[in-house]
Write a protein that binds this ligand. Structure first.
Ligand code: HEM
Ligand code: HEM
Length: 207
């Protein structure tokens, strides 16, 4: 069996990813603390939570812009395209692999290559998270940061309340994504293979 190293995570992607992950965890912790305010106080002091949440929010917003620009100007963007092609069949093959094939040590149905580094499940979830989930989270968060920009009422309901509800829902959905994301990242060749790849940039392919 020969091992080939395929370079799939360029430096700029790794820098974006680590900063995104750090800010994201800070936002989850402080967001939860702000949300579960009780008469006894918060598990992180209220003013500290607000300060950290606001700073991490601004950093993750600029970092998001850097990710979108990076995918426009570099070849990494190709991995986020053509996600609709044979979607149902591809998802079925990948889902079947995770349900049965992986336990019978079958080969991965969509091996990593320079042209195609994501399997169909990764691809669709990354496209939805990065091009739908993150924009909704950031736009609703910016609305809360600059409440003067939000409509006062929408069909008689407070615009601030609607924005807050959207923000909390997206925060919850993306926090769920993070849990599933970390779990699926353990499903590489060995449990730590994909994490190592995100650190050194290379995926180890065997044939
Ligand atoms: C993983 C990411 C995030 C999570 C889980 C999250 C979660 C939350 C939660 C639960 C609250 C409390 C709302 C309430 O209970 O009424 C909140 C408040 C807030 N969020 Fe986020 N949020 C995230 C990202 C962001 C981003 C990207 C922005 C801005 C661009 C942002 C801006 C705000 C603002 C301005 C508030 C009001 C409190 C404050 O000024 O700190 N959040 N967030
Ligand atoms: C502690 C937190 C996190 C860990 C340990 C982690 C781990 C990883 C690993 C190992 C990979 C490479 C495997 C793969 O290609 O799927 C990866 C890629 C990726 N992760 Fe995460 N991740 C974390 C947080 C996040 C968050 C918060 C987001 C988005 C909101 C995210 C979005 C992505 C995306 C889009 C890729 C593919 C990047 C590319 O190659 O273009 N990750 N992550």
């Amino acid at each position: 069996m020969t091992t080939k190293k395929i370079y799939v995570y360029p430096v700029w992607v790794r820098l974006w990813h680590v900063l995104n992950a750090i800010c994201f965890i800070l936002l989850i912790l402080t967001g939860m603390s702000l949300h579960f305010t009780t008469a006894e106080g918060n598990f992180i002091r209220f003013d500290i939570s607000v300060a950290i949440h606001n700073v991490a929010a601004i950093i993750i917003t600029f970092n998001y812009g850097y990710f979108v620009m990076g995918n426009i100007v570099s070849s990494n963007g190709k991995h986020y395209k053509n996600w609709r092609k044979n979607l149902a069949t591809n998802l079925w093959r990948q889902g079947r692999f995770y349900a049965f094939g992986i336990f019978k040590k079958e080969p991965h149905p969509f091996p990593v290559s320079e042209d195609n580094k994501f399997n169909p499940l990764q691809k669709i979830s990354y496209v939805i998270v990065m091009y739908l989930g993150m924009p909704l989270l950031i736009i609703s968060g910016l609305g809360l940061l600059f409440p003067e920009t939000i409509a006062y009422t929408v069909f008689g309901v407070s615009g601030l309340l609607l924005t807050d509800m959207l923000h909390i829902t997206m925060g919850f959905v993306l926090s769920l994504f993070l849990l599933i994301h970390i779990y699926t990242c353990t499903l590489g060749e060995k449990p730590l293979s994909l994490f190592k790849g995100m650190i050194n940039g290379y995926h180890d392919a065997h044939d």
